[in-house]
Design a protein around this ligand. Structure first.
Ligand SMILES: [Zn+2]
Length: 140
């Protein structure tokens, strides 16, 4: 665990062209997550892409969103090219989700209480992997 990893910048997914985003706000994640999601997406069947709905959120307006304040958590679902964007926050994940989960886990990511919440480097990740500490600090 290097100190440089803790200093990874947030990257705007609008500039990471491989990943789709949804919603009215820019989605920003630590560069380590952007890289992991980009690689995990290559493990999906060709027509499927991740649709990232939320990334970093400032801790002040959203104190309850554990992980998101570090830039190390993403809320995401799957989008099939050519089809309408899926309903967000549905109770059940989309049909191919087990494949997506496998791809995300293969990149060292950890799932959360909700099927759409995945993290790397935050406190949930360190608890789930046995890492001695989170990699990322909260970004105000
Ligand atoms: Zn979340």
């Amino acid at each position: 665990m290097s100190s440089s990893r803790r200093d990874e910048p947030l990257r705007d997914l609008a500039l990471a062209h491989a990943l789709r985003t949804a919603g009215p706000h820019p989605v920003r994640l630590r560069s380590g997550l952007v890289d992991r999601l980009t690689v995990a997406q290559t493990l999906l069947p060709r027509a499927f892409r991740f649709l990232v709905i939320a990334g970093h959120r400032a801790p002040a307006p959203c104190p309850h969103v554990a992980g998101h304040a570090t830039g190390g958590a993403a809320d995401l679902t799957l989008h099939v090219t050519g089809e309408p964007e899926p309903a967000l926050w549905s109770a059940t994940p989309p049909p191919l989700w087990p494949t997506a989960e496998h791809a995300l886990r293969s990149m060292g990511m950890v799932g959360g209480d909700r099927w759409w919440h995945w993290s790397f480097g935050d406190d949930r990740w360190s608890a789930g992997t046995g890492a001695p500490a989170p990699l990322y600090d909260v970004i105000p």
